[in-house]
Design a protein around this ligand. Structure first.
Ligand code: GDP
Ligand code: IMO
Ligand code: MG
Length: 404
């Protein structure tokens, strides 16, 4: 079967962009299945830095097809900017009309919720939560809704009324309906050449023997169901999300590569047992360049947390692992990882199940003489092989460890 799914095993920013670009040269298509412009996937290639928010990270290879599935929420402004920065992608980029649109009012609400909350989530303020809320409230605007004006004029009423009420409750202005319709009309004109039924497209690619990568955004512990709720995103970055986000039967996804960083980072609020609010945390941040691709926020840094990786490997059913940023750890010169937890007097090698327990977690650390030993420990614990080791941000800086 042609599908290989790439997922993050931590709180995002594991280096998925680099991994996907690296693997894409041996593939024919890369498909994004969830998330939106909250993602920031960095690729260094041909001496340049590219930062992808919506476009699949394999798109730099001319012969790779890019696909965006219905599970994604699309910010028109970001999409247009990204396509324009690469030139014409017609015939090489396909977007499913069932993908939802992140409306300007979603971004406004994300901003209003976050800035007025006593306990913010620390979102990227890209409107992702409100857009997915509308998806499930069945008032979302999808790309396929905007091509027929009569249909849209009638359909948009519920979304308009509901979103207007929310924004007004913050005593904030709300745009006129005609302004919103004008915005969507312009987007329809731009996006129409990229729209395709990705179910049919993937089926055709499958039949032709194509090799297809499925690109996850965010990471397992930002998953709405399995992450550190409520400090999560509003989609499913796990392997199962690829099936619902693209319309691919689960049994067709034979390979799941879990990407993890040799240490841990997190952006935004929420639990983080191995966080180092210390000099060494600052060293990881500076040497690792740990500043958000999307928001520029400094990332919180700490040691590798093996219980988290172990549980994430189970959730995703990882067949292989890909570790990144080992060079950063090498420069810091310490190889340390949590191998278990003391949770309120109880020993555990798995993350806590109840939200209040996260605050009680005391990581139990192990020091390793070198990174090779540390990786072997991860392999033993997860019973999964690490097939590639990334040792630098550039495309070619990857060491093949085992039959990758
Ligand atoms: P993603 O969201 O999972 O795609 O990860 P990001 O791109 O947001 O963050 C990962 C950062 O680490 C980016 O700046 C990458 O260029 C960089 N990176 C990826 N792999 C490596 C590596 O092995 N070594 C170093 N030093 N940097 C890396
Ligand atoms: P990539 O794909 C790291 C985090 C935000 C916040 C929470 C909810 O680059 O790995 P949202 O805007 O999604 O409602 O924010 O999720 N977050 C990410 N953290 N990498 C990401 O994407 C993220 N996307 C969202 O910081 O804590
Ligand atoms: Mg990122």
């Amino acid at each position: 079967m042609p599908y290989t799914c790439i997922v993050g095993l931590q709180w995002g920013d594991e280096g998925k962009g680099k991994v996907i670009d690296f693997l894409a040269k041996e593939h024919d298509a890369v498909a994004r299945f969830q998330g939106g412009a909250n993602a920031g996937h960095t690729v260094y290639a041909n001496g340049k830095r590219y930062s992808f928010h919506l476009l699949p990270s394999g798109i730099l290879w001319d012969d790779v097809i890019g696909i965006i599935g219905p599970g994604v929420v699309i910010d028109p402004d970001v999409l247009i900017k990204e396509i324009e920065s690469l030139g014409d992608l017609k015939g090489r980029l396909f977007i499913d009309p069932r993908a939802h649109i992140v409306m300007p009012y979603h971004k406004l609400q994300d901003f209003l919720f976050e800035s007025s909350s006593k306990k913010p989530i620390g979102t990227t303020k890209r409107g992702i939560g409100p857009a997915n809320r509308d998806r499930y409230a069945r008032i979302g605007i999808r790309i396929g809704d905007i091509f027929n004006e009569d249909y849209l004029n009638e359909y948009i009423t519920r979304a308009y009324d509901f979103n207007r009420r929310i924004v007004k409750s913050y005593s904030h202005e709300f745009p006129e309906l005609r302004e919103i319709l004008e915005y969507l009309r312009n987007f329809a004109e731009y996006v129409k050449d990229y729209v395709a039924d990705v179910v049919v497209l993937l089926e055709e690619l499958e039949k032709s023997g194509a090799r297809i990568l499925l690109e996850g955004a965010q990471g397992t512990y930002l998953d709405t169901n399995f992450g550190t709720y409520p400090y999560v995103t509003s989609s499913h970055p796990i392997a199962g999300g690829a099936s619902t986000g693209l319309g691919i039967a689960p049994w067709k996804i034979k390979r799941v590569i879990g990407v993890f960083k040799a240490y841990t980072t997190r952006v935004g609020e929420g639990p983080f047992p191995t966080e180092e609010i210390s000099e060494v945390g600052d060293m990881l941040k500076e040497i690792g360049g740990e500043y958000g691709t999307t928001t520029g926020r400094p990332r919180r840094c700490g040691w590798l947390d093996i219980p988290l990786i172990k549980y994430a490997v189970i959730i995703n059913g990882c067949t292989d692992l890909f570790v990144t940023k080992v060079d950063v750890l090498e420069r810091v010169g310490v190889y340390k990882a949590a191998v278990g937890y003391n949770i309120n007097g109880r020993y555990s090698e798995l993350p806590p199940l109840y939200p209040y327990e996260w605050e009680m977690v005391e990581p139990l650390y192990k020091d390793f003489p070198n990174w090779e030993n540390m990786l072997e420990y991860v392999e033993k614990t997860t019973r999964t092989e690490i097939i590639f080791v990334s040792v630098g941000k550039e495309r070619e800086k990857v060491i093949e460890r085992k039959g990758g």
